[in-house]
Design a protein around this ligand. Structure first.
Ligand code: SAM
Length: 341
């Protein structure tokens, strides 16, 4: 790849890895604290493990990365709404400009618990879209999964506030676990239609703190499609290559669901993502066994040019694919809550 001679924010170099994949999606974890302790994600006893940076540091990283071709920025965590100042941070991100002179698309992944109050201010600040995690549509089950009593009503209020604020589309992420919530497929189909949201089922990946993953626990794409089809027939919708979800609409035209199937239908060949952790490490894959210390470089006074060079070198070496379910699978060096999902 040709390197830019004088690399500043006006010099838009696309980020391309050694497998020819173009990287344009950035996820920034702004904290690894979380107010939920979902049973498939956390042990329930471990807390935050990594530092949080001032928003100005994430903003600088984002600015350099937008200069390198990033067009979508998703804020995540931990639970990103636990960070005070997130509205102002979104407002600052919204001032960045991509190579086309456009505002980068700004999205948020949240458990929704604190969303109702802040959905409109976030929208006004420049947030485009929100994804809310919800693993059951009944209050008792949500409490068992999250290990937090009475969360369901708050999350539902968050979903409705997001729609009211026209954060469009509102997506719901649901991780299905065999023997735990796989019976929620049809209730979520109904929920998608009634609440006018896109529900996306995610296959459970081996990224949890407790190391409980087995191939048998995973509820796979084919099974989800077949269970949902018992409720109403589905039609597959064409999707973009880099889109993680396979998309389906109900045959009567009301409602859409998606299935993100990294285990049964890996999409690494089209991966367009990189991540920054709450403590400022660059990760090129969810399953990376190391990370790249971008923040340390900043702390030592590196210029934007040096940061951009460092990022380009890291991206070149992006992992070809994950090895979930293969003999000798090496777990990622961090679990999901400490990477940023
Ligand atoms: N707290 C926010 C939330 O709940 O959306 C953001 C962080 S959370 C780690 C991001 C997403 O990762 C959630 O939708 C969660 O369900 C999903 N997730 C967590 N662990 C997972 C795993 N092992 N496999 C698949 N998805 C997982």
């Amino acid at each position: 790849m040709t390197k830019c001679q004088v690399l500043d924010v006006k010099c838009y170099m696309p980020l391309i890895d050694n497998f020819g994949r173009s990287i344009h999606d950035l996820r920034i974890s702004i904290t690894d604290r979380c107010n939920y302790k979902c049973v498939y994600c956390r042990t329930g006893t471990n807390g935050a493990a990594y530092a949080e940076l001032p928003f100005a540091d994430y903003l600088r990283m984002a600015r350099v990365l937008v200069g390198l071709g990033i067009t979508k920025i998703r804020l995540t965590g931990g639970e990103p709404l636990l960070r005070k100042g997130i509205v102002e941070f979104v407002r600052d991100l919204a001032t960045l400009r991509t190579a086309d002179g456009a505002k980068p698309e700004i999205a948020l992944t949240t458990n929704g618990h604190l969303l109702a109050e802040i959905a409109q201010p976030l929208k006004d600040a420049g947030l485009d879209r929100v994804t809310i995690s919800m693993d059951a549509v009944d209050p008792e089950r949500v409490a068992r999964i999250t290990r937090v009593p009475n969360g369901y009503e708050s999350v539902l209020a968050g979903v409705r506030a997001a729609r009211w604020a026209e954060l469009d589309p509102v997506k719901i992420n649901c991780v299905l676990l065999r023997g735990f919530n796989e019976d929620q497929v049809i209730p979520f189909g109904m929920f998608a239609r009634e609440e006018r949201v896109v529900v996306r089922f995610i296959e459970f990946m081996p990224l949890e703190e407790g190391r409980v993953w087995t191939p048998e626990i995973v509820v796979r794409l084919d099974e989800i499609v077949s269970r949902m089809s018992e409720y109403l027939p589905l039609e597959e919708i064409a999707h973009e290559r880099s889109e993680t979800a396979r998309r389906y609409r109900f045959a009567d035209g009301v409602g859409e669901i998606g299935i993100i199937a990294p285990v049964s239908h890996p999409f690494c060949g089209h991966c367009s993502r990189i991540r920054i952790t709450s403590d400022g490490k660059l990760r090129t894959c969810l399953f990376s066994v190391w990370d790249h210390d971008l923040h340390e470089l900043m702390r030592r006074g590196a210029t934007d040019e040096k940061l951009a060079e460092f990022i380009m070198h890291a991206v070149e070496k992006k992992e070809e694919r994950h090895h979930i379910g293969e003999p000798g699978f090496v777990p990622a060096s961090r679990t999901m809550v400490h990477i940023g999902g």
